[in-house]
Design a protein around this ligand. Structure first.
Ligand code: SF4
Ligand code: SF4
Length: 188
């Protein structure tokens, strides 16, 4: 009798398992077979950050080089390089130099134009994505909405260098390929 009960219990458990399997089999599929297919519902996905281009010039970022994103990033994964137009010599001497209209730099005091005429040029903007925690502080603190999250869920790599992303070059490459695609479409 004991053995019969045990067998019945096992059969019941098997039936329950088969029922669950059958229900799941007829449900609509919600996963895709990557990499043959990719999902398209990534509107709210937080991939790595990217620079936002100016409306009138897709190859130039909106960034005004205020350094807020660099300063607020808790993981120290953003690197920004810039120079002030007319002070290229100074930039070579100190590539990490921070200049702003209200900052006096000893070696260049006599060269600096009046603050209202200072033109800053962005030389580099890199993200070390291996360190990024996707906290969003940089995006929130940017005063001109010059950075945003990408929907790139498919970034893979076998070395750390893959995740050291040159965001300025990326923006410029995207602008160049968009312009080339538009040119090709016009010619066709
Ligand atoms: S999302 Fe957070 S961790 Fe990542 S770059 Fe921005 S501030 Fe740094
Ligand atoms: S906070 Fe925005 S404007 Fe300021 S340096 Fe960062 S990306 Fe540029």
């Amino acid at each position: 009798m004991r053995r019969l009960m045990k067998a019945l219990k096992g059969l019941w458990s098997l039936a329950v398992g088969l029922r669950i399997t059958a229900v799941e089999l007829i449900k609509p599929q919600i996963t895709v077979h990557y990499p043959r297919k990719e999902v398209d519902n990534l509107a709210t996905y937080r991939g790595h950050i990217e620079l936002v281009p100016q409306d009138e010039d897709p190859g130039t970022p909106r960034c005004i080089m205020c350094w807020r994103c660099v300063d607020i990033c808790p993981s120290r994964c953003i690197t920004l390089r810039m120079h002030v137009q007319g002070e290229e010599t100074g930039r070579a001497a100190d590539p990490g130099l921070r200049l702003s209209p209200d900052v006096q730099v000893p070696y260049s005091q006599h060269l600096a134009p009046p603050p209202d005429r200072i033109v800053r040029v962005l030389d580099g903007y890199r993200l070390n994505y291996s360190l990024c925690s996707l906290c969003g502080l940089c995006v929130q603190s940017c005063p001109v909405d010059a950075i945003r999250f990408t929907g790139n869920a498919y970034l893979v790599g076998t070395t750390r260098q893959t995740f050291d992303i040159d965001l300025l070059a990326r923006l410029q490459q995207r602008a160049a390929s968009t312009a080339a695609a538009r040119g090709a479409a016009r010619a066709a």
